[in-house]
Design a protein around this ligand. Structure first.
Ligand code: GLN
Ligand code: ZN
Length: 761
């Protein structure tokens, strides 16, 4: 019982009185970690040099956090910088080899890269989105035989490394409930493996305690989400067991939930932990008695400056009820490093922003204010910025608002599908099982070089346009040779399917250095949606029209849908997402009207992120699906009945949102299906989905060329589930990241397979 008396001694002293954060970007201020990873994978630097670079990056970040004012002596600074992914770190820490690699996982970095990236015939772990973010984690593969042990000391080593640099930090580990909830197993519900997993947390805890750690942060965001395969009570029991195992080792446990409303989900765990970190931006404060709260009043996911007055008031209310420390609502992993790097952003917009470093400073200022030393200047600056943003021109645009307020009742409603289908059949004259692609063709080094030179001013507009037109011509000629039925222009002019739109819409700004890790060494630069959105002039029409001028086959226009544009941007927080989505939808509707006027007969509106924004909580899903589907319908609702609207969905398990897919009312839906062996076809068939559907038959995430038999089998499954006349043949997704060789080989086979299938029906 000695641990209890130690805890009682601590109880009186406030925890993290200088404020704390729950995680920090790990890719590096200048993407140092990305460069080290990629250089190491290329073989330019060896393992020792990679470790040295990764370590230097971690230490530079710790130094920065101290400079920003976090305390270095009381475990306020989280220690968690994974090489590749924090879930993979847990997989390695607990020695979890996938069943297919049992006994054969190489030691050290080789094993890490094998799981992360695969090798020859060994597929990597599957990647999927972390909660409702655009960050991808590596999905642990388990089965009934899986065992766990404390097998890798990286979490301890990093704590020790920080200690040598003068930081007594707080090691972070994904908790057992979240780890198992996010795992996959063929023959067992992963959560049933908890009894085997939890002792490994105990062993980790002992090693941390022996190394001098006092606190550990257990990340359990699964506690605020709803899952189909596991109950909240099970998650709570496993999270409790994990916390108890760490406490038994003598550590104090900060249970970090974050990511949404924790009220009603964590109260029962209060006695099992030493502090609870919760999201107060998206949720309320749970009643936790005397257990201290790390109050997440600074938004960990958006890029806006915090209303410090409001946050302080909230903190004081909570402090009146029990012990409290100032924190962020989630890890800062999902925001860029530093606004100060954005020297080309308009100064006014810049003054409204807070990236990770600014958010740390906000936490520090709030913590000081809570303990009585209010920094008047910091509060005055924040007050001024928040007020300036609210009143700035462009944040509210009268004409956008008037247009949305007076939408005609049929704005989201097209003619009946039967009528549309008849007119489209006449207009398009396509063969049965028409073949097409998803939009992008390989982005060659030449295109990227030209884009970079154009951005630097070394290549003028007309030179750049010439390069791009040559590419469009080549892509059209290639598609004609391949015998595809519906052609695309290939998207060479687009750096990114969202940023390209953001650059052409009012109300958006792009950053220069605002990189956010997407997975492994990959990072994206989300645009910032700060004001009311509209479109000044058509911007995709010239490309599609040029492509169409080169061929007698039909070329489809290519747009990114409203939900995806929001999901992959940093979005304003001063109005409901639904309203912002409708503004984007109207801008897209204008573009569709211009495409139609230019003679374009098919328009694809991609919504790969439709599933991504699905709320973690079941009760919030109907409202989300309602507005997201509504926005898509607003974007496409004005299209003439003879115009064929396509949509494309990928990256996720869509089986749970088949109703919503149907609700989009697109004429043709292409959807990722190759890796899941057409699972979604079954779900759509069961639903009675009655419009065009193109389940992907070729997995573009790997350079592998699909076999003839494989394509035939996938198409046979598709023809069995989808009524004749509705089936399309296409790859899983865009070809942007592929090389030309494998693309040509794969598409040749895809067209041949479609022809064989046509004969069979
Ligand atoms: N049209 C886009 C492309 O082909 C779609 C990309 C996506 O679904 N992510 O690249
Ligand atoms: Zn896709």
């Amino acid at each position: 019982m000695t641990t209890i008396s130690t805890r009682e001694q601590h109880a009186a002293a406030p925890i993290f009185p200088g404020g704390t954060i729950l995680g920090y970007p790990r890719i590096g201020r200048r993407r140092e970690l990305k460069r080290a990873l990629e250089a190491h994978w290329r073989g330019t630097i060896d393992a020792a040099d990679f470790h040295a670079a990764a370590s230097a990056n971690r230490l530079a970040d710790l130094e920065r956090l101290r400079e920003l004012g976090l305390r270095a002596d009381d475990a306020s600074i989280p220690i968690e910088a994974a090489h590749y992914d924090h879930v993979l770190d847990a997989t390695l820490t607990f020695g979890v080899a996938p069943p297919r690699l049992r006994g054969g996982l190489p030691e050290g970095l080789a094993g890490e890269w094998l799981l992360a990236r695969g090798h020859d015939d060994t597929a990597p772990l599957e990647m999927t989105k972390w909660l409702d973010t655009n960050y991808h984690y590596l999905v642990p593969e388990l089965d009934a035989e899986t065992t766990f042990s404390f097998a890798d000391t990286r979490i301890v080593d990093r704590f020790v490394e920080a200690g040598r640099a003068g930081v007594h930090g707080r090691p972070v580990v994904v908790g057992p409930a979240t780890y198992l909830a996010l795992s996959k197993a063929a023959d067992i519900r992963p959560i049933e493996l908890a009894e085997r997993l939890v002792p490994a947390y105990g062993a980790l805890g002992e090693a941390l305690a022996a190394a001098g750690a006092t606190w550990v942060q257990l990340d359990e965001p699964a506690l605020i989400a709803d899952f189909d395969h596991v109950e909240l009570a099970e998650l709570q029991a496993v999270a409790r067991a994990g916390a108890e195992a760490l406490r038994a080792a003598g550590l104090r446990v900060l249970l970090h939930v974050g990511h949404g409303d924790a009220a009603g989900r964590v109260e029962s765990l209060a006695d099992a932990v030493d502090a609870l970190a919760i999201d107060l931006v998206r949720g309320g404060a749970p009643a936790t008695g005397s257990t201290p709260l790390v109050a997440g009043v600074v938004h960990g996911r958006n890029v806006w400056r915090t209303d410090l007055d409001g946050a302080l008031e909230r903190l004081r209310e909570i402090a009146a009820r029990g012990p409290v420390a100032v924190g962020t609502s989630t890890s800062l992993l999902h925001v860029p490093h530093d606004v100060a790097a954005e020297q080309s952003l308009a100064p006014r917009l810049r003054s409204w922003l807070a990236f990770a470093d600014q958010k740390v400073a906000e936490v520090v200022a709030l913590a000081a204010a809570l303990t009585g030393s209010l920094d008047e200047q910091a509060f005055a600056d924040a007050r001024a910025a928040v007020a300036d943003r609210a009143a700035a021109p462009g944040v509210r645009d009268g004409s956008v608002r008037a247009r949305l307020a007076s939408l005609p009742s049929e704005a989201r409603q097209r003619a009946t599908y039967d009528e549309r289908a008849r007119l489209q059949r006449e207009a398009l004259e396509l063969p049965p099982l028409p073949t097409t692609t998803i939009g992008s063709f390989p982005q060659t080094g030449d295109i990227r070089t030209a884009r970079a030179r154009h951005a630097r001013g070394e290549l003028d507009d007309s030179g750049y346009t010439q390069v791009l037109r040559a590419e469009v011509r080549r892509v059209i000629e290639l598609q004609e040779q391949l015998g595809l039925d519906v052609l695309v222009h290939g998207e060479p002019e687009r750096n990114d399917m969202v940023q390209y739109f953001a650059e052409h819409f009012d109300g958006f700004a792009a950053t220069e250095h605002g990189w956010v890790q997407s997975y492994g060494s990959r990072a994206t630069r989300p645009s910032i949606l700060w004001g009311d959105v509209s479109r000044a002039a058509a911007f995709t029409v010239e490309w599609i029209a040029y492509a169409q001028s080169l061929t007698s086959k039909v070329v489809k226009g290519m747009l990114t849908g409203p939900v995806t544009i929001l999901a992959w941007s940093f979005v304003r927080d001063d109005q409901p997402l639904a309203e912002t989505a409708d503004q984007v939808a109207l801008a897209l509707a204008d573009e569709i009207a211009d495409l139609e006027a230019a003679g374009v007969r098919i328009v694809q509106v991609d919504e790969p992120a439709l599933r991504e924004l699905l709320p973690l909580r079941r009760e919030a899903r109907p409202a989300y699906l309602d507005w997201s589907v509504g926005a898509f319908r607003l974007a496409t609702g004005g299209a003439a009945p003879a115009t064929q609207i396509h949509t494309h969905l990928c990256y996720s398990e869509f089986n749970t949102v088949v109703d919503a897919i149907d609700g989009l009312d697109a004429d043709v839906t292409s959807i990722e299906a190759a890796r899941s062996k057409m699972e979604v076809v079954e779900a759509l068939a069961a639903h009675g989905f009655g419009r065009g559907i193109g389940p992907g038959v070729y997995d573009i995430h790997s350079p592998r060329v699909p076999g003839h038999d494989e394509l035939d089998e996938l198409l046979a499954t598709a023809t069995a589930g989808i009524p004749e006349g509705l089936l399309w043949v296409n790859p899983d997704c865009g070809l942007k990241t592929r090389g030309y060789d494998e693309t040509v080989a794969s598409l040749t086979r895809l067209v041949a397979a479609a022809r064989r299938a046509r004969e069979a029906v």
